[in-house]
Write a protein that binds this ligand. Structure first.
Ligand code: SF4
Length: 483
């Protein structure tokens, strides 16, 4: 799996757009001139734009140029040219996503529904205007239709995310900047807990002041369950006390070695009804190579414990394209899923990120080719849909030329409202804890005003008072009518 870089030379107002397009084609913005895989140059002249792109893959440079006449649709023309040129240069043929470059393609379908289009017209628009392949268009429209009740008329109902950026060990493929629990002292845990509690109390106060109602809760990470119970429990109890009208509450317990029966029982006692058990894959040799530090047996034990304790929804995450993984491995994963029959299954595809240990690791050479990963993804879709699972939310991977997306599947009646709310960005989402992103839907109903918490625990603790003030100010403007 290679990571290509590109350079851009042109007007600043097109820089972000070109970056988005190149990311969708698998290129990251690069400064190291030696490994540049593409160079995009835009020149403005007399109301026109001259666009030039040079792709390189070791052979002779592949150059294409166009003059974009007029000022209308110039941005779309830049996007269309770069994508079509890449299709020809790479020989991959047209992408099933056509000229869609966003990570959340169902958002566009909701905009089409807002304009009054029915399913058939929306699919036709995706095919005609955005060159999306008919099968992909049909799937996107079906998914957006399923989501529709969750994205309309949310009023003052909000979702709340709490970030717990601690892990038991660092998985080889993961770029998340988690802090290892073994390196945290007791004082550090307490300072983290107290900061999160203050954060949650501030959010409670905002909800009371502006008549906001948190209806879905998600505690993610990291691995929240790797915290000492004495640290996690007060956070969950505060959540239960501060936000009493929650209809669904998920906690990620991604590492089965961290979710002992007492920990799971505490989650249930606090009111958590959904849990994420994340095997990623069910072969011991792969788990060992990834540094997961748990056994396949641990996954079964945790799953059984969750069932005994009565969690109403269990989610299982899998990754396609892990180093050394084969189609037969994924076939085995899906057979196990069919036997266990968890309510939710999420299929991710491996995205090789610069910050992940795998990026510089010898096992990078064992990452399967994109075609094999594609076969795994299709296998999962076929097996899961045949078993009655509905694909209900998805997001595309950035920086991957292959047309991969991460997809959440649910048995009927077990859809996670939170996942849709987060992905479709049609309602405000509050966030507490390091790395949390509070997103307020502005009064126009579309623009998002955001407040990001620092990802690092110490930086979060230090910045918390300032970030809370920023959040309050935005809330006053959006919900309190202040100017
Ligand atoms: S995959 Fe999950 S458990 Fe592993 S390092 Fe990343 S956040 Fe932690």
């Amino acid at each position: 799996m290679s990571v290509q870089t590109y350079t851009y030379d042109g007007p600043e107002e097109l820089h972000a757009l070109v970056g988005q397009v190149m990311a969708s084609l698998g290129y990251v913005g690069g400064r190291e001139v030696t490994c540049v895989g593409a160079a995009v140059v835009v020149r403005a002249a007399g109301g026109h734009l001259a666009l030039r792109c040079t792709f390189r893959d070791g052979g002779a440079p592949w150059v294409s140029e166009a003059v974009l006449l007029g000022t209308k649709r110039q941005r779309e023309a830049v996007k269309d040219c770069l994508i079509h040129w890449y299709d020809r240069f790479s020989g991959r043929g047209p992408s099933p996503w056509g000229t869609l470059i966003g990570v959340r393609p169902t958002k566009l379908v909701h905009h089409l529904f807002d304009q009054g289009l029915d399913d058939r017209s929306a699919a036709k628009t995706l095919e005609g205007t955005y060159h999306v392949a008919p099968e992909t268009a049909r799937r996107l429209v079906a998914m957006a239709r399923l989501q529709r009740p969750y994205v309309t008329d949310r009023g003052r109902k909000l979702a709340l995310y709490v970030g717990i950026p601690y892990c038991a060990s660092h998985c080889l493929y993961c770029s998340f900047p988690s802090r290892l629990i073994g390196r945290e002292g007791e004082g550090g845990f307490k300072a983290f807990r107290d900061a999160v509690l203050a954060d949650l109390d501030d959010l409670k106060d905002l909800c009371r002041t502006y008549d906001l109602d948190v209806t879905s809760l998600y505690v993610g990470g990291g691995t929240p369950t790797c915290l000492p119970q004495a640290i996690l429990q007060p956070i969950l109890e505060r959540l239960a006390g501060n936000f009493p009208h929650v209809r669904e509450w998920t906690v990620e317990a991604g590492r089965p070695d961290t979710a002992k029966p007492e920990m799971l029982a505490m989650l249930r006692a606090c009111g958590v009804d959904r849990i994420s058990v994340n095997p990623q894959t069910m072969q011991q040799r792969l788990l060992d190579a990834l540094g997961r530090r748990h056994s396949v047996a641990d996954i079964y034990t945790m799953y059984e414990n969750c069932r005994k304790l009565g969690f109403s929804v269990v989610n299982m995450d899998f990754i396609a394209g892990l180093p050394g993984q084969t189609l037969a491995d994924m076939q085995e994963n899906m057979e196990i899923v069919c036997k266990l029959h968890p309510e939710n299954v999420t299929i991710h595809t491996l995205a090789l990120k610069k910050r992940a240990p795998l990026f510089h690791h010898v096992l990078r050479a064992a990452v399967p080719p994109a075609e094999e990963t594609g076969r795994m993804v299709r296998l999962c879709r076929t097996v899961l849909t045949a078993k009655g699972y509905l694909p209900y939310y998805m997001y595309r991977q950035k920086y991957m030329a292959a047309s991969f997306a991460n997809t959440g599947y649910a048995l009927p009646g077990s859809i996670s409202a939170y996942n849709i709310e987060m992905m479709e960005e049609r309602q405000s989402v509050l966030a507490a804890g390091p790395g949390g992103a509070t997103k307020f839907l502005a009064r126009d109903g579309h623009t998002l005003e955001k407040v990001y918490m620092p990802k690092d625990v110490d930086a979060y603790i230090e910045a918390l008072p300032e970030k809370m003030a920023q959040r309050r100010r935005l809330c006053a403007i959006i919900y309190g009518g202040e100017i």
